[in-house]
Design a protein around this ligand. Sequence first.
Ligand code: CAP
Ligand code: MG
Ligand code: MG
Length: 476
Amino acid sequence: MQLQYLKLGNRDVFNGQYLLATYRIRGKGGIPLDDIATEVAAESSTGSNVKIKVATSYSESMNAVVYRIDEERNLAWIAYPWRIFDRGGNVQNIITFLAGNVFGMSSLEECKLLDVYFPPQMLVHYEGPSYTISNMREYLNIEKRPIFGTIIKPKIGLTSSEYAELCYDFWVGGGDFVKNDEPQADQDFAPFDMMVRDVRYAMDKAEQETGRTKVHSFNISSADYDTMIHRAEIIRSMMKPGSYAFLIDGITAGWMAVQTVRRKYPDVFLHFHRAGHGAFTRDEAPFGFTVPVLTKFARLAGASGIHTGTAAVGKMAGSPKEDVMAANHALKLFSKGDFFNQIWSEIPEKDQDLINAIEKESKGESYNNFGSWRMTKPTCPIISGGLNPTLIGKFLDVVGTQDFITTMGGGVHSHPMGTKAGAKAVLQAYEAWEKKIPLEEYANDKEELRVAIDFFQKKKDVVNTQPKEFVPFQKE
Ligand code: CAP
Ligand code: MG
Ligand code: MG
């Protein structure tokens, strides 16, 4: 036990000088919770596995402290003086402390960061998002409904013009938003600059034919800073402002890439794809942090949008409760977590303007009316993974907001009548939900939707069929 990290019942931790965190912690060999929790507090702030003899009284004032434990649920609450974090709004650095070495400690069987709280005094130092879903709504001229998108599938392997052709089909079918899949980069069969050029061509054509603006999210995650910026600049030179987003694989490319793009391109929608997060966010994973925590960090770092999960409606693991909570953390001024309520504002919690704004939000008023200069702007939930037109209504019922982008890859490109029909079916399914008409009934006179319903009901058999045989050269 490292007693200097134990301050059970300490109320100073609520004075705004501390980031608060709740962990589920299980020590090996029956180590008592208070004991192992102090080891976690030490390793994740100032200390090590032994008391440091050369610590100063000042360095000790930077200790994280365990201020509460719940032995029944194996929970420990730890407060971190936020002055230990890198100045200048560095989310990567916070994660290195709280979700760093502790996951490797041999004395632990489980260590999961379940929730975090950022006090207003700390929020002041972090930019949060710049370009938001409201800006994209304005560009797309879509007021209320979700923004409907797709991921081009196959995930990889199309040439740049094959790729762009599918973008065109989706857009003319009525879709708004297309994204590169998370591993798309500068592959030799679809060179990055040619892909952008072809997408621009497809977009112009689709816009002329539909009379509507469209958006494409380009993956600029790269090997190094210069390459990433080079790719961003290719896009800026070829695309109209507002018509493109920058996608970053936030977990594999890293928080530094996310924050670099946030700072360098505040006029662009920053799309945080979280591929890889399942290794540490899943419920079965004993070490890591949760989807709501990931989402809070992404908002702090300034992502315009992040994937928050389909609330178990789609193909990816995820709990409805956590995914909806994450969407709220992304979007709201006041969001409830499992352990902390977060107010995304730099204003003290007792300020009357803030109290009024939270009240208005609870009655459904838009965030945009609150005067966001002292508030962290919202991050847009991006809902993806195994969705198809028949599931969109189910998700809308669960999530309780229309402020999101949804992308369906397989759910659109597997439509038996093709991608354009797939896009139409998405819009039709939404209309049915909006008009509160049962999907089947609404599909009576809408072929695309009817075919989609039939197809996705029988999906299992179809998915298991063998791939087409492809024989490039016939033997003599
Ligand atoms: C969805 C997707 C996304 C996942 C990631 C995919 O495609 O493009 O990467 O949604 O999961 O490749 O699976 P489908 P999450 O529509 O074909 O499933 O959104 O949970 O981070
Ligand atoms: Mg070290
Ligand atoms: Mg993907």
